[in-house]
Design a protein around this ligand. Sequence first.
Ligand code: BMA
Length: 335
Amino acid sequence: MTMPTQNIISPPNTRFEPLLLRHPANPILTSKDWPYSINSVFNAGATLLSDGTTLLLCRVEDRRGLSHLCAARSRNGVDGWEIDSEPTLMPSPKEFPEEIWGIEDPRITFAPELRQYVVIYTSYSRGGPGVSLALTKDFRTFERYGVIMPPDDKDSALLPRRIDGYWALIHRPMTTLGSHMWISYSPDLRHWGRHRLMLEARRGAWWDANKIGMSPPPIETSRGWLVLYHGVRHTPSGCLYRLGVALFELENPEKCLLRGDSWIFGPEAEYERHGDVDDVVFPCGYTMDADGDTLNIYYGAADCAIALARASVRSLLSWLDANASCERRQRAQDL
Ligand code: BMA
């Protein structure tokens, strides 16, 4: 087989602009801030409540190694956090056996049609990690639907509105052929089908080879769904978690329009490089400022702390326009 000449890739010709800017107060939340005894806090879902309060639904790991979720609220999204005095959502293995080893990595989507927040989280079962769903109006009481995607599956979030009459869920099943992002559809949030491959992990030496997963829920822009995703690189000294960006068609979200070649954010700061798991940046949530452009991206740092980085949707889109050559080449080959 001859390799297509387009696969001989020239290095990016643009300079690396910092697209995500770390907040000087980082890390903004650690185990020391917690009102009860924990091992670590990281990977938080995020949303704005109706009064403008930022709510983080944090993954908290106890000293058995099991995780639960705990809400933290702040007026400015940076400091002055009011943390629930006890766990907000605990695993409930009696009713939901798939939660026996904890619940992790929540992603929050406000669905105007339901007038509720939809929380999608990883339930750690004896069969491996699966995807579970719960609804809430206030992050105090929750209606649990249980597991909606069986193991091994994680890194999942719901789109905020129906596409062509169906709810759409992005998730990351693991297969022996690689861990890629898929999208599935449902009429009622309980029954899921029409499973489609949405974005493939690349292969070989790429930063996002073999294993990728959605990071925060997709961001709706006039040009499409902006998706930040993580790529996992296995190295002799462990895994490196970095962040990339791609754009998908608004009414057909399984269609990738642009995909950046390089990662846009990776572990550099001390609190990202060293922790319980070194070299991890892992965003699970964002909030949008009133300007409709500034994103506050909340990310887990080294599985030990929560940090904040800011980005502009406009800059991410212009960066994609300048740096998404590879996906264009791939699409050209497909034609
Ligand atoms: C992933 C997830 C995350 C975690 C990351 C690094 O597979 O389990 O929760 O932050 O690994 O350990």
